[in-house]
Design a protein around this ligand. Sequence first.
Ligand code: ADP
Ligand code: MG
Length: 435
Amino acid sequence: MTVQDFERFQLQPFILEALREIKFTKPTEIQERLIPSIQRGESAIGQSQTGTGKTHAYLLPIINKIDPAKQEVQAVITAPTRELATQIHKEIVKISKFSIDNPITAKLFVGGTDKVRAIEKLKTQPHIVVGTPGRINDLIKEQALQVYTADQIVVDEADLMLDMGFIEDVDQIASRMPENLQILVFSATIPEKLKPFLKKYMENPRYTHVAPEQATAAKVEHILIPLRHRNKINLLKSMLEVYNPYLAIIFTNTKKMADEVADRLIEKGLKVGRIHGDLPPRERKKVMKQINSLEFQYVVATDLAARGIDIEGVSHVINYELPSDLDFYIHRVGRTARAGNSGIAASIYELSDEDALARLEKMGVTFVNMDLEKGELTKIGERNKRKERKKQVDEIDKMAQSKVKKPKEVKPGYKKKMNREMEDFKKRQRRLKRK
Ligand code: ADP
Ligand code: MG
């Protein structure tokens, strides 16, 4: 296997060796477009859908630029959740472990871990710092961590940073760094509210937006299944039986619902993992490990817990509930069909979801309508067919009434005659419509 396409970035041999090992043969589009400008030292905003390889778009140039001879922090990478930071750290190690002659060090600092031990870990400053903004900021204030030597900072999943209120911490970290700071911001969406922050730190950032061809990865099949009057847990269980997924993530909107769904599935004898914000850090870490070693076929998750996490081999995303913020539909579905694989996203919906579904369709999602009966999935007609058919009938009725005039002089039996004429007219119209 070659990594020829990566060679033009003039990466160091150990990085190319690592890429061979992790089987990256050619850069993704966002990597292709951003790596050269990051290498030129430009600040950048990278916006692309989930699963398009944003992590390595910044990791490769950052690792490549580290001077191992200087035992000081040269890059700070921030991420909104512990899992995400842990994952980024892991990706760094997969590459840095090839830097045998002049080892590059990266250290992870996240909340919910022992701070005294973190401070101890900082007796020598690492080359790269990865972590959640709160903890990093804390360690800077404790004067355990020195970031003034670093001229690169990454803000990954910036929109979520904003949602979770971490932008302030990022801001404080950045304010301790040199003036000519290179800021690299990554996100699937760039909300308006993020712009003041971007403006403050970036003079002429290079903005790279890799527009999705469709709202989500092309190889996802979006399936809708109506709840109708069924028991939701039973319907979910039947879906899981029919799909028999390699690995399915079942999304709920709240921690409470995640627990409820997980408990009910476990009662029914399924092996289910759960991941949400209320789990203690140690437990979350354990579950992530179990998920990645495929101990579960099913994982119940909430949005915040699942954002940005790269769980390998997710074959099915199931929306037990549609998210109220529809951007999350895109993020959820982004868990499957990563890096060129295909996947299925199946959502259970109710009549009240109609508006949301229409908006998703406007965002470019194409749904396949299916139903599950007697353990079998079958395609059904369009969701709003019934509504449309009714509209058509109403229209024909109106037309018929206007065409068939009430006679001026009312003779006996006129009503019957009018009705007959109306029926004839309607029949003709329906026949026309059918053609
Ligand atoms: P994003 O941050 O855009 O959501 P990630 O950086 O998490 O995406 O990457 C998604 C998946 O694609 C990961 O499993 C990653 O290892 C893989 N990947 C990234 N770049 C490449 C590449 N050039 N070739 C093959 N796989 C890649
Ligand atoms: Mg990412």
